[in-house]
Design a protein around this ligand. Structure first.
Ligand SMILES: [Zn+2]
Length: 148
């Protein structure tokens, strides 16, 4: 069973964060992978990194992650940030991105490589995270907005 701990969410309710997390990981991971997942999602301003909207760090094992999201942002922007970080979790679990260096370690995303691109914005892992985040949030709205 997937474990989700939510810390200091204010603008987004815990119910909503839980609903998004379950819905999006159903798209991103296999059932077997989801079962092992242990997530801590923190909105605590104390964990803030300057200029960052969110981040994701691997914990003690391959299936344990801490995700931080800047909780002072507008709700929709926080949803995009969460979805973006969820894609990075997928990349680490499915060994596309190194949890230690943040670098691409598989061939799967090679088609997204941009020659001489900016190291951050043009990296295949960021292109995938930004690209898929919009679709994840949009599908979640379609399916869940009316039931929240
Ligand atoms: Zn990113």
């Amino acid at each position: 069973m997937m474990e989700i701990e939510i810390i200091k969410s204010t603008k987004l309710s815990k119910k909503e964060v839980r609903s998004m997390t379950k819905f999006m990981f159903k798209i991103l991971l296999t059932k077997k992978e989801r079962k092992k997942l242990k997530l801590t999602i923190s909105f605590d301003p104390i964990d803030s990194e300057p200029r960052q909207e969110g981040y994701c760090i691997q914990g003690a094992d391959d299936y344990k992650y801490l995700i931080w999201c800047r909780g002072s942002r507008q709700r929709e922007s926080q949803r995009q940030t969460l979805a973006h970080e969820f894609v990075h979790v997928r990349q680490m679990i499915q060994k596309d991105m190194s949890p230690f260096t943040g670098k691409l370690i598989s061939k799967r995303l090679d088609g997204l490589s941009i020659k001489n691109g900016d190291q951050y914005w043009d990296s295949p892992t960021e292109i995938e995270a930004d690209g898929r985040a919009r679709g994840l949030v949009s599908r979640w709205h379609t399916k869940h907005n009316k039931t929240l």
